[in-house]
Design a protein around this ligand. Structure first.
Ligand code: UDX
Length: 432
């Protein structure tokens, strides 16, 4: 099939490359010429394991192309995927759909034959109806189908998530587009992926409800972890004990810092905004947002307590600053709250991240980037393990740092408390 992906951000690029790898002809379009030029040279703007290799392979086999020519790319394709950003509106909480509607208008201008227009961007319920209205102004309804096909890709695991999805959700209000979408995904369905066909609005809501539920699950275990700390219980036991109940499941029950990233914070706000529009109160999700927003302050208070409220001139190291491991993405990372707050109190902060320097901290006083774990921890008073990179999972602190013993605050519960304490370190973790 001939596919056009509009927007070469995370979703468009990963999905486009994976569709090409399944044997389709894919054109990835972006208005950013520099980005398209560097993609054509095999330079990938994001950190995603396996992505560069897959881009190069499919580009060389000519199944994957990059272009800035939107009109031609639309005309040459049968399926058009809208993969542009839907960030939170400035000063509001609803999703900014301006890019989606702009693209819909451009598709309308270049529609030369029947096409399926698929929204992969995360869009609020009824956005598909709006896109349909835009197209209907110029074209007969039998000239196009508007489909919702949300993505469930996790950063750092995106290629695996695409090839082995828990489910493929396709929302459309006609049979023809459903048949073609089913054909497109046939190679994954034949390997066991569940294909679910729903109404278009249902598919739109499945995406938001899924992300809101996962955010709720994490927030739930984070609050239980707070209780565990007060009662001398190990939250890891609670996660295992709860997770073995098949109705609950063990995934996304890892207590840690506030959740972040490009989806959960944005999507939880947007679903509330949609519910407001339809005059419904999603009180559970509202309190999840609030609890998560409080979490960074809660962990900061613990840091103050660990350091006896003497923060000035304390040398604090962050191991990992992105919102989770295996990504270079800083969006809504809890380090963006914790590091400036500690700097304001006079701490001297160093950080080491496997994905390198972060411009987000370049203007924050007394924050420096280290080139290695060893360099970052030497001479520290407190080492905070902020993300769960494999690089941080078996550090021999004793061998790496011969000087004074620092305090360790392991926000991802990587280490066994008794073992680390036996080596003479003061060790704190989450919910245990
Ligand atoms: C998420 C969804 O998982 C994905 O389906 C959707 O399409 C995009 O948003 P992503 O943002 O890449 O993916 O990261 P994810 O792995 O879901 O983690 C989100 C946040 O939750 C991170 O801050 C992570 O550290 C945190 N988290 C996750 C926990 O604190 N505990 C867990 O058990 C799981």
């Amino acid at each position: 099939m001939k596919l056009c992906m509009i927007g070469t951000g995370y979703v468009g690029l990963v999905s486009g490359v994976c569709f090409a790898d399944l044997g389709n002809e894919v054109i990835c379009v972006d208005q950013n010429l520099k980005k398209i030029e560097s993609l054509s040279k095999g330079h990938i703007p994001i950190y995603e394991p396996g992505l560069t290799e897959l881009v190069v392979k499919n580009y060389n086999s000519k199944r994957l192309k990059f272009s800035t020519n939107l009109k031609k790319s639309i005309k040459d394709s049968d399926l058009i995927f809208i993969c542009v950003g839907t960030p939170t509106k400035k000063g509001g909480s609803s999703a900014d759909l301006s890019q989606v509607f702009k693209v819909a208008k451009e598709i309308s201008l270049s529609l030369n034959k029947y096409k399926i227009i698929v929204t992969k961007s995360t869009v609020p319920v009824s956005t598909g109806d709006e896109i349909e209205k835009i197209l209907s102004k110029r074209h007969n309804k039998n000239k196009f189908s508007i489909v919702s096909n949300p993505e469930f890709l996790r950063e750092g695991e995106a290629i695996r998530d695409f090839i082995y999805p828990d489910r493929i959700v396709v929302g459309s209000n006609d049979k023809k587009s459903n048949r073609q979408m089913n054909n497109l995904y046939a190679p994954l369905i034949s390997k066991g992926a569940q294909y679910i066909h729903t109404s278009r609005r249902s598919a739109e809501l499945i995406k938001y409800a899924s992300n809101a539920f996962l955010a709720t699950k994490i927030t739930f275990i984070n609050e239980i972890a707070n209780l565990c700390e007060k009662t001398g219980i190990n939250v890891e036991d609670i996660s295992i004990g709860m997770g073995l109940d098949k109705r609950i499941g063990s995934r996304f029950l890892r207590a840690g810092p506030a959740y972040g990233g490009s989806c959960f914070p944005k999507d939880t706000k947007a679903i509330i905004s949609t519910a407001d529009k339809f005059k419904t109160n999603l009180s559970v999700i509202k309190s999840v947002i609030k609890s998560n927003e409080n979490r960074s302050n809660l962990l900061l208070n613990k840091i103050y307590k660990i350091l006896n409220n003497k923060i000035r001139n304390k040398k604090i190291t962050f191991l990992g600053v992105t919102f989770k491991a295996n990504t270079d993405d800083m969006r809504d990372s809890s380090s963006l709250i914790m590091i400036p707050a500690l700097s304001k109190k006079g701490a001297k902060i160093r950080y080491f991240d496997p994905t390198g320097f972060k411009r987000e901290f370049s203007k924050i006083r007394n924050v420096t980037n280290s080139k290695s774990i060893k360099e970052s921890i030497s001479g520290s008073d407190l080492v905070i393990i902020h993300t769960e990179w494999n690089d941080f999972k078996s550090i021999n602190f004793k061998n790496l740092n011969k000087g004074k013993k620092f305090i360790i605050y392991d926000m991802r519960n990587i280490y066994t408390p008794a073992k680390i304490r036996k080596q003479g370190y003061r060790y704190f973790s989450i919910g245990r």
